[in-house]
Design a protein around this ligand. Structure first.
Ligand code: PAF
Length: 282
């Protein structure tokens, strides 16, 4: 059965208030739609953990620093609802732009430090947009649990810090990245890849794996990084924005994996910006 679609905050509150009074555990899976198996794994995790599950679909204009990117972002609401049917979720919350940001909306949630690097450095304002909308979604849904993919690992840390700093009573669960059979991390943006670019795209993960393996075996990071970037450029990636090793807990820069570390990358391929991250030494 296709899930009930809720478009207004008053309807949503009417639902969630009843659930809360009944002492039910409410899980939220925030998304921007164009759902793929990565999102669906978050929905499954929410179903396994909570009594009620709300999936939110909102293409948040505040987190796009590039108007063309916002314009091109895939919007597939009917198909999304069909994909959610088998999970028997309790509500799909699809607020309009005015519902989320009414006239004279004037508040921004900004998380310092964690947002200075990588996605934050390359996409000015992005994390302010994410933190603002996620704060609103947490408060609107009154969820006790939220589910985010490790695919956007920096986002996961930013959201956790925001919830902790603002004393929002919610547990933020991080769920593993789901990959295509050839290793490409699932992402709504993959829909924008041409057939040719789709064949090349898994090279990002392959190069990251080779680099992570080398570093885990004690090789020096910098030369491996240089080789990986060269190989990606030869394969057709036009711009490798970053390929960095950072601490898993606070994203501080590392030259050696002397504490739990991850490798993070962002690169452009045929006009599509891909990001990925993997743990080192797993
Ligand atoms: O990861 C996403 O899809 C978005 O950044 C999120 C968390 C739904 C906020 O708009």
């Amino acid at each position: 059965m296709t899930p009930p679609i809720i478009r207004t905050l008053s309807e949503l509150r009417a639902q969630t208030t009843g659930w809360m009074r009944a002492g039910e555990r409410i899980g939220v899976v925030p998304t921007m739609g164009a759902l793929h198996d990565g999102h669906l794994s978050l929905v499954q995790a929410a179903k396994d953990t909570c009594d009620r599950v709300i999936v939110t679909i909102f293409v948040n204009p505040k987190q796009f620093n590039n108007p063309a990117d916002l314009e091109n972002y895939p919007r597939t609401e009917e198909e999304d609802a069909r994909k959610l049917a088998r999970f028997n979720v309790d509500a799909v919350y699809v607020p309009g732009g005015d519902e989320m940001y009414p006239d004279r909306f004037a508040t921004t949630v900004s998380v310092e430090g964690l947002t200075d690097v990588m996605e934050g450095a390359h996409r000015p304002g992005h994390f302010d947009g994410v933190a603002t909308v996620v704060t609103k979604l947490f408060l609107q849904t009154m969820a006790s649990d939220a589910f985010f993919g490790e695919k956007d690992f920096q986002q996961l840390l930013v959201v956790r810090r925001m919830a902790r700093d603002l004393d929002i009573p919610i547990t933020v669960h991080g769920c593993p990245t789901i990959r295509e059979i050839d290793g490409l991390a699932m992402s709504s943006r993959n829909l924008l890849l041409s057939d040719r670019a789709r064949v090349t795209a898994p090279r990002l993960f392959e190069e990251m794996e080779a680099l992570a393996e080398g570093v885990a075996c004690g090789q020096e990071f910098a030369p491996l990084q240089e080789t990986a970037i060269k190989r990606l450029e030869t394969a057709g990636f036009t711009k490798v924005e970053y390929l960095e090793m950072r601490a898993q807990d606070d994203l501080s820069h590392l030259d050696a994996p002397n504490r739990p570390a991850r490798l993070f990358a962002a690169a452009h391929l045929a006009g599509v910006r891909l990001i990925d991250n993997i743990a080192i030494g797993d």
